[in-house]
Design a protein around this ligand. Structure first.
Ligand code: FEO
Length: 390
């Protein structure tokens, strides 16, 4: 049996998915991911926390096959990368009880057709004894589904957090060991998965802050043996603080919008405003999502395609709208051939953003002196707004 020892009676028995490059058929995974699964042997009972993506069910089950008995199979989150192997695991251990949150029960029945008679739900704060170890379940809804919860093992000071505080990366190192690459992966993960749920996460951080732990064991990525770092990072990401930064996702068909973006970004830099440009023909959307975590302003650059925004811009705007970043200001710049409704098209895709629209600069064909002057004025306005904010 392959396992990685965490503490006495606690092992990680999950899967490293080194080759996965896309999650939810949407999210880039430059470093793969892991599906962590935890085996906890108490003096009286044995439990598993979370399973693995069903693509790895055979390897996972074979690995566990030396285990004669499991009393509790705990699922902290019903998404299939953690729950998808539950039906097979329950078949392998027919006497095991499935433990989940009350909201997870229906989801597990609908998604995996599990037998309701085998499912036991845990209320917020409820304890499950394994003998000399006990798990306390804390409901932490909306990280990032409605049914999510965490498990706290007080005797070993470990918080099992599933997606919450996790990171997508495959690796042989069990712990974060203060590696900045792990924090980078965690920020990417937050940006892509958690960012729309900032207020719920704020409340959940307060709940877990009341617990005394020195190790966070998520179900993706390394375990945090420096938990303060990830908790503080999350508290910053969900706070109202924004940076003196403008994120500019753009595309250009014949160079006109690109020239505007180039000029405009330099005008911002001259005014001591940080800029991050994303050419949407080559952009890793995970990097764009990360830039949106704390940017004060988003400026979208688009040419006009059949009167509206370029479809790649529409795609990025749709994504930004879904991620609900905390940006305070927005603007649109770009060009057109003979007529345009591009600006309205872009802004219409951003109803979730609580931003003040600072204006737009749109030119026919190539930008002229008057257009560049308008871009300079927009840069002035952004710099002034940022000064008041930061
Ligand atoms: Fe890792 Fe929401 O699943």
């Amino acid at each position: 049996m392959y396992s990685r020892k965490i503490r006495t009676g606690i092992d990680e028995v999950g899967i490293q998915d080194w080759g996965r490059r896309l999650f939810d058929s949407l999210i880039p995974l430059p470093d793969g991911t892991s599906y962590n699964s935890y085996l906890i042997k108490g003096s009286a009972k044995t439990a598993i926390i979370d399973t693995v993506d069903p693509a790895f069910a055979e390897i996972y089950l074979e690995n566990l096959s030396e285990l004669k008995n499991i009393d509790y199979i705990i699922t902290l989150h019903s998404e299939q990368d953690h729950s998808g192997t539950l039906p097979m695991l329950m078949k392998q251990y027919p006497s095991a009880e499935l433990i989940c949150s009350p909201k997870a029960k229906d989801l597990l029945i609908d998604h995996l057709m599990l037998d309701p008679a085998k499912i036991r739900t845990m209320d917020d704060g409820e304890l499950l004894s394994l003998g000399d170890k006990s798990l306390q379940f804390i409901h932490t809804p909306w990280v990032h589904w409605p049914e999510t919860m965490v498990a706290y093992l007080a005797e070993d000071r470990i918080l099992f957090s599933c997606d919450f505080l996790g990171s997508h990366s495959a690796g042989s190192e069990l712990f974060d060991n203060d590696d900045p690459a792990v924090m980078e992966a965690a920020k990417r993960y937050y940006a892509e998965i958690m960012m729309p749920f900032k207020s719920a996460i704020r409340a959940n951080l307060k709940k877990v802050r009341e617990l005394d732990f020195d190790l966070v064991a998520p179900s993706h990525g390394p375990l945090w043996n420096h938990p303060e770092k990830i908790l503080t990072a999350y508290e910053d990401w969900v706070s109202d603080r924004v940076s003196n930064k403008v994120v500019i996702p753009f595309i250009s068909m014949h160079g006109s919008t690109a020239r505007m973006v180039d000029y405009f970004s330099k005008e911002l830099i001259k005014r001591k405003v940080e800029v991050e440009l994303f050419d949407l023909t080559v952009t890793d959307i995970g990097k764009l999502a990360m830039a949106l975590v704390d940017a004060a302003t988003i400026v979208i650059g688009s040419p006009t395609v059949h009167m509206g925004p370029h479809p790649f811009v529409a795609n990025a705007a749709f994504l930004a709208n879904a991620l609900k970043p905390k940006a305070r200001y927005a603007a649109v710049i770009g060009s057109y051939g003979w007529a345009t409704k591009m600006v309205d098209g872009v802004l219409g895709l951003l109803p979730n953003l609580k931003v003040e629209v600072l204006g737009s600069v749109v030119c026919k064909g190539l930008a002229k002196d008057a257009d560049f002057a308008e871009l300079s004025k927009l840069a002035d306005l952004i710099a002034e707004k940022h000064k008041a904010l930061i």
